[in-house]
Ligand binder design. Sequence first.
Ligand SMILES: [Mg+2]
Length: 190
Amino acid sequence: MPKKKLCVDFDDTIVESIFLKRVNRFLKTNYTAEDFKNYYIDDIIPIDKRQEFFDTFCDTNPYLEVEFLPNVREVLERLSKTYDIYICSGCVMNNMPSASAEIFKYKYDFLIKNFSFLSPRKFIFTNSKEVLCGDIIIDDYLDNLSGDFKEKYLFTSYHNKDFTLEKLSALGVRRVNSWKEIEKILLKNK
Ligand SMILES: [Mg+2]
């Protein structure tokens, strides 16, 4: 029996947002993720300063200072024994597509370094996740759960906390709050 295909998002699902620390440094602020409801944290930067922000954003690798979400590495490793795991992640920054090329490399390098049990041939870098299909998908961004999957999980994050169960269940989506919860659901009979 082939392994089930499990697609897992990267930013805000495996690691925290790369924008929070950078935005705080740039604006000299102390925002936390809880201060944002908008998915695009960098939208808080005034439009006349965005060019300056993104001009230097990729000069250093933002993934060198990013934190893993709790338990993600060990749970993904356990899941990889049972599931065929694909990491599916957008790399084109919403506010600055032309400055996004380095993000593909930074993210790829991060995955290679930290997830040696995953196949780099199964890293999919696209912002158009509606084209994806498989058995299970986990993502923090609701619009990214529109592909053809039997099970869809919304990973709780600062920008999706207010979505009601009714709204999610109408879309066939179930909320998960942690990697421990994902482990319980996906490995319950294993
Ligand atoms: Mg994400």
